[in-house]
Design a protein around this ligand. Structure first.
Ligand code: UDP
Length: 257
């Protein structure tokens, strides 16, 4: 019989998509419990762009809703929650979760595998993590530019490395679809979709200064540094429109009842 989920999470819903009301400490405790109970599941760090795509595409929504934990990675999601009067949703940046989960795994003697980003980046990120957390066990890395017919070989490499924690940095929504498809085959208790975190760890991409992170404008900082990220900004108006429409619809439903 499969072990029961280690810890109940407070589940909320935004535009039909699951988001859990978790902060960093809750997420870390949850990850530790899942590793101990060896219940396989994946974590989605949901940003505004992914939320809009999930709201529009039922198949992707099902992939997000199948995650064992969905954290709100981004102010877009937090603001959509406010518009929809959904309480308890806090911002938890994927990079912060990734680093803290690695630190925790290091102190618990757990094994980590880094999957994703351009060739060389995962190894560079592993080097940075080893310098930062002495004793950390990174038992494997693989770049993220592989074709579907190489899935089996990548899964094999991960299985052989026997990680307790797998960071998957293939970009959204590919990483979510990949984890959803392969979580059972991977044999890891916890896989976390971490977007561009390996690039940040490897020093390829700069994070915003702390004060910019605190005021919730890291997305704007990153968009200014990386013009291809303007596509993320383009998803903000549709996200607000979707959230406002849903709120009006709900209000109308209440009055009509
Ligand atoms: N990436 C990858 N394989 C792909 C496409 C992207 O490994 O087929 C990597 C890319 O190199 C980067 C990460 O996925 O490291 C996506 O970063 P981005 O900042 O775009 O992710 P987001 O946070 O927007 O999901």
């Amino acid at each position: 019989m499969a072990a029961a989920p280690a810890r109940a999470l407070v589940r909320r819903e935004l535009l039909g998509t699951t988001v859990h009301a978790v902060g960093l400490d809750d997420a870390l405790t949850w990850i530790r419990d899942r590793i101990t109970s060896r219940t396989p599941g994946y974590v989605v760090t949901l940003n505004g762009a992914l939320l809009v795509q999930a709201a529009r595409h039922p198949a992707l929504r099902a992939v997000v809703n199948d995650a064992a934990l969905v954290a709100a990675d981004g102010m877009g999601v937090v603001l959509a929650a406010r518009i929809l009067r959904v309480t308890g949703i806090q911002r938890l940046a994927g990079i912060d979760l990734a680093v803290a989960a690695c630190a925790q795994a290091a102190s618990d003697g757990r094994r980590i595998y880094l999957l994703g980003a351009s060739p060389g980046i995962a190894d560079a990120a592993a080097g940075v993590l080893r310098a930062r957390f002495p004793g950390i066990q990174i038992t494997g890395t693989h770049h993220g530019f592989f074709a579907a017919d190489e899935d089996a070989a990548v899964i094999d490499s991960i299985r052989q490395a026997r990680p307790d924690l797998l960071l998957v940095a293939l970009g959204a929504p590919r990483q979510e679809q990949w984890m959803h498809q392969w979580i059972a085959a991977l044999g890891v208790p916890v896989a976390v979709g971490v977007g561009g975190s390996l690039d940040v760890l490897a020093g390829r991409v700069r994070r915003a200064p702390k004060w910019i992170q605190r005021v919730g404008l890291e997305w704007l900082f990153r968009a200014l540094l990386e013009p291809r990220r303007w596509s993320v900004i383009r998803t903000i108006p549709p996200l607000f429109l979707l959230a406002l429409r849903e709120r009006v619809r709900r209000g109308a439903g209440r009055h009509g009842a």
